[in-house]
Design a protein around this ligand. Sequence first.
Ligand code: NAD
Ligand code: 6OD
Length: 486
Amino acid sequence: MRLIQNFIGGEYTAGLSGKTFEKRSPLDNSVIARITEAGRDEVDAAVCAARAALHGEWGGLTVEQRVDLLYGVADEITRRFEDFVAAEMADTGQPSHVMRHVFIPRGAANFKVFADVVKNVPTETFQMSTPDGRGALNYAVRVPKGVVGVISPWNAPFLLMTWKVGPALACGNTLVVKPSEESPHTAALLGEVMNAVGIPKGVYNVVQGFGPDSAGEFLTRHPGVDAITFTGETRTGAAIMKAASDGMRDVSFELGGKNAGIVFADADFDAAVDGIFRSAFLNTGQVCLGTERVYVERPIFERFVQALKAKVEAVKFGRPDDPAANYGPLISQEHRQKVLSYYRKAVEEGATVVTGGGVPDMPGELAEGAWVQPTIWTGLPETAAVVQEEIFGPCCHIRPFDSENEVVALANDTDYGLSTTIWTTHLARAHRIAARIEVGITWINSWFLRDLRTAFGGSKQSGIGREGGVHSLEFYTETRNVCVKL
Ligand code: NAD
Ligand code: 6OD
């Protein structure tokens, strides 16, 4: 069994309190790692190490030197690709192809892309006239925010953590990262990469532990943290916002979603079925951008439901390294209980269960894992809990619609506003609808197609702020204006 420690000032350290916790495999509930839990003292040590690094060698590097180091980090992740794949698979139990083709390569890309952004972004300047006719020149200087606290979730741990670590480092900040208690491996492994590449000690620190009354809360309440970037549940975001208000620290929040998928009768039918299947069921439905509400134009409704059902019923459950398997478990027993409670609630609320609704029969020790059947419902009113609340599991409700106005109203009838996917060959209509849907990200005839230079974030209760490309620079730097009288 592995022992995972905190990473502070470039060293893996045993906790002062001696407290540890277990990480269990989602596949069979066996204990796969024991983790040193950071208490207040470790969090304080990590913040102090980050503060010292800000004023040390790291703070004196040129942009070009930082960019070179970040390219080095990306290359080292690629060199240790198999280690990252194995670490992430151990934590999440998801199929190896998802790690290999999406999550780990994206982790490396998060360093390269933001190194490029920082290198290429121009400086804002304004010339102004003055009464003496000689004028003045204003120019903006970007400086790092300082010590940034990164709090990340378990559903795509490496991608989502590095999506913040990459731009934060590119902008010259130093970091204390608190990965989810359910996915401690890759944040810890990244410490080895930082050391191998020569990132100065203290620039990247990791404290392991839980949220309330543990490393997460201690970090967000620490006065030495200048800004907090968080991805996770909306409720947790609210708690972190309260903590951040002490000292007026800046926040960037990527929160929950209850995203709509909209399919018009003129859509490329097979592409739409494939697209909605991916968006609802990839990663066992544990994707914030995932579709849990599907609206299908009435003429193709029945055919669509049957086609999606056939795809769902073809999934093969199994271990990530089983070549015959393509579907993984949920992250934990606790999350499985939550998802299964919604499966029961759907039935109580009168849903027609098109497929799924329970747990699959798994052989041997896998019977102890966090497996659930992917599930489709129809027939519920929009007020039903499973249509309104984020479940974060492999399930969706499908409802027919008859008009553009109706489907826009249905899609917007939620407290969340993260993403939408629209399937149609009528591009002018798709464009029109995209402008009316209250979300941060709309995909047309695609889903989770990411250009890291674009704005990413949620409306309503799905987030505060935008990251991606220059939007990340807005959060991870402070802009100072210099006015020169000529
Ligand atoms: P979570 O909010 O339970 O936990 C996220 C992180 O916050 C973990 O590291 C946790 O330990 C920490 N945390 C919990 N309480 C805290 C507190 N009081 N103070 C400080 N830290 C605290 O979320 P999760 O279950 O890990 O992830 C799933 C959720 O994340 C879903 O709601 C999903 O929609 C959301 N998510 C959003 C995005 C996005 O980009 N919008 C991306 C991925 C996941
Ligand atoms: O692709 C990204 O940058 C991103 N933040 C994805 C979020 C996935 C949510 O589960």
